[in-house]
Design a protein around this ligand. Structure first.
Ligand SMILES: Nc1ncnc2c1ncn2[C@@H]1O[C@H](COP(=O)(O)OP(=O)(O)OP(=O)(O)O)[C@@H](O)[C@H]1O
Ligand SMILES: [Mg+2]
Length: 67
């Protein structure tokens, strides 16, 4: 682990490297849990994949089956 720079660059981030996005996380989770679809779009490298991965992980912990 790099102890000087607290950020990780390049790949999908998770765990301690994933910061904030609390509002988006809640909104996407509530939408999916309600049986609705979500389209997530943003410029490159804005954190879409990391956010999706976090959402799916949290929904799994809450008992949903995700793919
Ligand atoms: N929640 C976050 N906390 C900290 N860093 C983040 C976060 N989300 C993204 N990053 C940073 O942005 C980079 C790109 O994230 P990610 O691959 O999730 O974006 P993306 O929108 O899916 O990119 P692409 O358009 O290339 O698919 C990560 O490597 C990381 O450095
Ligand atoms: Mg991506």
């Amino acid at each position: 682990m790099n102890r000087v720079n607290p950020f990780q660059f390049g790949n999908i981030v998770s765990g301690e490297y994933f910061y904030n996005r609390e509002d988006e996380l809640l909104r996407i989770k509530q939408t999916l849990a309600g049986g609705n679809n979500v389209t997530l779009y943003a410029p490159r490298r804005y954190g879409k994949s990391s956010l999706v991965k976090k959402v799916l992980n949290e929904l799994e912990k809450e008992g949903f089956t995700t793919i």
